[in-house]
Design a protein around this ligand. Structure first.
Ligand SMILES: NC(=O)c1ccc[n+]([C@@H]2O[C@H](COP(=O)([O-])OP(=O)(O)OC[C@H]3O[C@@H](n4cnc5c(N)ncnc54)[C@H](OP(=O)(O)O)[C@@H]3O)[C@@H](O)[C@H]2O)c1
Length: 225
């Protein structure tokens, strides 16, 4: 049975990657609408919406379509504190999953860092983080870097570098005077994230079946459950 899909940000780099993968992959998702600045398009009841646009636009669309049984897979980054708070409030009654990174390797990296914090932080290890992205990227630090930093400390500093067409590099150094442990992830293609968002969108409605929304859904809940 096919699952209807709405795509926000369809004209962008990520939106195009989603469409490319859907055209190549045998998926239950059927793209029915690409809302944009000119045409609003349709949001069929019960559809999955993949968002790779901008937070304020995505939030506006979520507000507009409350109560219509949609499943939101939100990938846009750069949410302000007030936008984030509003999203969390709406997620008490709507199905919304937000992830700053749809790579399973990055999801695993966050878990590893959580474990490393427990053992290495008490031993005096200091953390430094750097993220490198293309020069068109609107937000800094990246959403992924903020997610990873939060695993070590709320005050963790992040160095942001913008150069060329770099898709996304995140490097974490855990260091004492006598040793250094480096964790590094490099995205080689945008299709990595598009593919992860599609996998998530395919699984989200069946994962949610029989449950009620009670806040933002974690990607790991849907993927690793
Ligand atoms: N979670 C993840 O794994 C992940 C991975 C990569 C990127 N991202 C995030 O995904 C987002 C999109 O990235 P991208 O590289 O595809 O960006 P992009 O190429 O700039 O595309 C942005 C898209 O949003 C649309 N848009 C912008 N302003 C809009 C508005 N006011 N109303 C309606 N549509 C609007 C653009 O439409 P126009 O064509 O009309 O401008 C375009 O389709 C960014 O926030 C990025 O950080 C997330």
């Amino acid at each position: 049975m096919s699952q209807k899909l709405v795509l926000l940000g369809a004209t962008g780099f990520m939106g195009k990657a989603v469409k490319k993968i859907l055209s190549e992959r045998k998926s239950a998702l059927k793209l029915v609408s690409e809302p944009g600045r000119v045409s609003e398009g349709d949001y069929p009841s019960g559809a999955v919406v993949i968002d790779f646009s901008l937070p304020h636009y995505c939030l506006e669309q979520i507000e507009k379509h409350r109560g219509t049984g949609l499943f939101w897979v939100v990938g846009s980054t750069g949410w302000t504190e007030s936008e984030q708070a509003r999203l969390e409030e709406i997620a008490q009654s709507e199905w919304i999953l937000r992830s700053t990174n749809f790579s399973w390797a990055v999801q695993s990296l966050a878990r590893v860092l959580r474990e490393l914090r427990q053992t290495l932080q008490p031993l005096g290890f200091q953390c430094s983080m750097t993220e490198i992205h293309h020069t068109r990227k609107k937000d800094a630090p990246s959403g992924t870097a903020k997610t990873l930093a939060a695993e070590w400390s709320p005050e963790q500093a992040i160095e942001s570098i913008r150069e060329g067409d770099t898709i996304g590099i995140h490097e974490i150094r855990l260091e004492t005077d006598s040793e250094v442990l480096t964790l590094r992830h490099e995205a080689k293609s945008r299709e990595l994230f598009a593919s992860g968002a599609i996998d998530t969108a395919e699984r989200f409605p069946s994962w949610a079946q029989g449950k009620n929304p009670h806040g933002l859904v974690e990607l790991s809940d849907v993927i690793f459950s």
